[in-house]
Design a protein around this ligand. Structure first.
Ligand SMILES: O=C(O)c1ccccc1NCC(=O)[C@H](O)[C@H](O)COP(=O)(O)O
Length: 223
């Protein structure tokens, strides 16, 4: 099974095409207004036309209510809703019921208690994204280019599938996959030349590095 590769926070045609041409499985548009990667639903809808049939479209949201999510869903028609805020397991289930889309729930990790909290979302979200927990007072709940101690994930149920995020870049994604059981990886800052400015060359390098690696989870499984 090939590693799932997600590129987050795309906002231009050329960088989106770089991700698609390099074989990204998931591409995400960011609807958090304070992010340097923010796009409006109308802009994302225009970009999404390039994606359909080539990769899965992810709408990244933070603690939005049903009406705001509905506007994004109707305008962009994503395959996935990424919930990157403080959404509870009940809220995740409600979003699934309401929209019938895949729900990718992001959870911040900085210590063993955060790892223990993951279990409440297992079997609720369609997929989990384990990311570095944002530092206190950070402007963004994600996309900060910080990694966390991946060995904390040894405390997870070995059968629990998850994607890994947080400070991943072309130089460390292979190590991350070798040291964890991640079924997929996600990068934002690590494929940028400045905050919010994606770099086509770094996107290509990241996807190639991820594809060339073997995770603990995938080792021994047929390709
Ligand atoms: O990227 C953002 O600006 C962002 C803003 C608000 C919530 C989440 C955000 N990003 C979420 C992602 O999925 C990132 O790819 C993930 O946090 C990893 O980011 P990075 O460490 O920069 O690679």
């Amino acid at each position: 099974m090939s590693v799932i590769v997600k590129i987050c926070g795309l906002s231009t045609e050329d960088t989106l095409d770089a991700a698609l041409d390099a074989g990204a499985d998931m591409v995400a548009f960011n609807f958090f207004p304070k992010s340097p990667r923010f796009v409006t639903p109308a802009r994302a809808a225009a970009l999404a036309g390039r994606v359909r049939g080539r990769a899965e479209i992810v709408a990244l949201t933070v603690d939005l209510d049903e009406a705001a999510l509905a506007e994004i869903v109707e305008t962009v028609r994503p395959d996935w809703l990424q919930l990157h805020g403080r959404e509870t397991p009940e809220a995740v289930a409600a979003v699934q019921d309401c929209f019938g889309l895949g729900v990718l729930k992001a959870l911040g990790i900085s210590d063993a208690a955060d790892v223990a909290a993951v279990a409440a979302f297992a079997g609720v979200a369609d997929r989990l994204l384990l990311d570095a927990k944002a530092p206190k007072g950070a402007a963004l709940p994600g996309g900060n280019g910080l990694s966390f101690d991946w060995s904390l994930l040894d405390g997870l149920d070995a059968d629990l599938p998850y994607m890994l995020a947080g400070g991943l870049d072309p130089s460390n994604v292979g190590i991350a996959l070798a040291e964890t059981r991640a079924i997929g990886v996600d990068a934002s800052s690590g494929v940028e030349s400045a905050p919010g400015v994606k770099d086509p060359e770094r996107i290509r390098a990241f996807i190639a590095a991820a594809r060339g690696s073997v995770s603990l989870e995938r080792a021994g499984q047929p390709a």
